[in-house]
Unconditional design. Sequence first.
Length: 163
Amino acid sequence: MDESALCLRPLVEADLPALSAIQREAFDEDSLLHLGRRGGPEGYDDGSFLRRWALHPDATALTVELDGRIAGGVILFLREAAGEGFLGCLFLSPALRGQGLGLRVWRAVESRYPAVRCWRTETPAFSHRNHHFYINKCGFQVVAITDPKDWENAQFQLLKRLA
C-alpha cells in the first residue's frame, strides 16, 4: 500500500452517508464475528451516531481517505493543552482489513496531535480483534474493565502514554 495514498481530513456533513455505511459494515462484521448477530452502539446503523458525535462541537472528526476514496473515520476529543486525548471511534471499511491501514491511521493521528501525550479509548470486551489492534499494534494498555460480568456490555478501558 502506497504511503502517500492515506489522507486524514476534517470530516464534513456531506461525508456522513458514506461514513454511515462504512461504520454499519464495520460494526456489524465485528458483532457477527463475536456475538453471532449484527450490532453496535446506539445509532451506528442509521447515521445518528455520527451525526451526534462526529458533528459534536467538542469533537475533532476526521474522514480517512485512501486513494481519494472515503475509507473510514476517526472521532477524537482533545484537550491538547492538558496533553490528553480520547479516541471516541475509529472505523474502517472491512474490505480494507489486513492491509495495515488501521495502524497507519493511528500513527497519523498521533503525529497530527503531538501535544497529546496521554490517549484513552474504550472497546467492547468481546471484540478480540480490537484488543489485538489497540494493545499489540498501537501500544495501549487495559486499565479497567467496566461491567465485567456482562459480556455483551463490558468495556475495556485503554490508556496509552507517550514518552
